[in-house]
Design a protein around this ligand. Structure first.
Ligand SMILES: Cc1ncc(C[n+]2csc(CCOP(=O)(O)OP(=O)(O)O)c2C)c(N)n1
Ligand SMILES: [Mg+2]
Length: 330
């Protein structure tokens, strides 16, 4: 794995802060009804992405569920285009037709963006199968939630993936809740990683509030997959600070519980290391914070000023015109 250096911590701080502020901005735009439909935010879970990106290599891929705005940013998609997508604009990653739950950018190795809980688990194994079949060296990071871990598709996928030694890492982003249902209510134990044991799949828990721990676990799993030794299941313990989506009264948990997790906030943990090790002065940190704020505002300006797509696009994107010539309009 690449060494974790002063630059790594600084980049982690800037990136994670940007992702969080990007999500906060979307929440504000949602309240103004500029973002419509559902909106699921990533606040609190940033270290799971930061650590993974540190361990990934060029041809590795990522697929996840609907909490999917910031992963593509980490993979290099222009955040302006993601914000535009959420506002339904023509400049968005899917020309405004995907929306919040369906960010997609295969050219950046990001394969969505999926609203069917657990639906992306077999798709992730399929991407890994393609890499193996065509002799490419990519590994697919397949993310899913603790709720998705209870879906049957997981078991069929695990069986195939271990049997065929597919280059995939299964990452349960265990934030404690599936909508309002806590993990302990959905099974007789809380250790989702133990689902790997029945398949003799390497598996284990990971501290998901610390990007260093995530990077180490990811690196081990990714390299296992890359050398042909098949999948790993990581049960990454994290927490979401905001509700499941924007419409969530959060009666299923206390504010005290949320505050407890905020004490081990990933951004604060990284900032503490930066300060303790004197990697930056307070003034430098202030400059970064300002840069992040400006960058988010740039995204908002771009998204708001972009045009909505032409209505014609509704037809063009549903059917591939080549195969449906009768749909060619005018
Ligand atoms: C097959 C299916 N069942 C139910 C739903 C409704 N639903 C949307 S999100 C969700 C909870 C999933 O929780 P989890 O997998 O833990 O992901 P998180 O939201 O915590 O990231 C449910 C039940 C759905 N979208 N798809
Ligand atoms: Mg969950």
């Amino acid at each position: 794995m690449k060494k974790i250096t002063k630059e790594t911590y600084i980049n982690w701080y800037k990136d994670m802060l940007f992702w969080r502020k990007f999500e906060d901005k979307l929440a504000a735009l949602y309240i103004q009804q500029k973002v419509r439909g559902f909106l699921h935010l990533y606040n609190g879970q940033e270290a799971v992405l930061a650590g993974a990106l540190h361990a990934m290599k060029e041809n590795d891929k990522m697929i996840t569920a609907y909490r999917n705005h910031v992963q593509p940013i980490g993979l290099g998609v222009d955040p302006k285009r993601i914000m535009a997508e959420l506002l339904g604009k023509d400049t968005g990653t899917s020309r405004g037709m995907g929306g919040s739950m369906h960010i997609f950018s295969p050219e950046h190795n990001f394969y969505g963006g999926h609203g069917i809980v657990g639906g992306q688990i077999p798709l992730g194994a399929g991407l890994a199968f393609a890499d193996k079949y065509f002799g490419r060296d990519g590994v697919t990071l397949t993310y899913f939630g603790d709720g998705a871990a209870r879906q049957g598709s997981l078991h069929e996928t695990f069986n195939m993936a271990i049997n065929w030694k597919l280059p995939v890492v299964f990452i349960c982003e265990n934030n404690g809740y599936a909508m309002g249902t806590s993990v302990e209510r959905t099974a007789n134990h809380e250790d989702i990683w133990k689902l790997g044991l029945g398949y003799e799949m390497p598996c284990g828990p990971v501290d998901g509030m610390n990007p260093v721990k995530v990077a180490e676990a990811m690196n081990e799993a990714i390299e296992r997959a890359r050398r042909g030794d098949g999948p790993t299941l990581l049960d990454i313990k994290t927490y979401r600070y905001r509700g499941h989506s924007m419409s969530d009264a959060q009666h299923y948990r206390t504010k005290a519980e949320v505050d407890e997790y905020k004490k081990i906030d990933p951004i604060s943990q990284v900032l503490k290391i930066i300060k303790d090790k004197k990697y930056a002065t307070d003034a430098e940190v202030k400059t970064w914070d300002k840069e992040v704020k400006d960058k988010v505002e740039e995204c908002q300006k771009f998204a708001e000023e972009s045009p909505f797509p032409d209505k014609q696009l509704l037809y063009d994107i549903v059917y591939e015109q080549e195969n449906y010539p009768f749909l060619k309009h005018r």
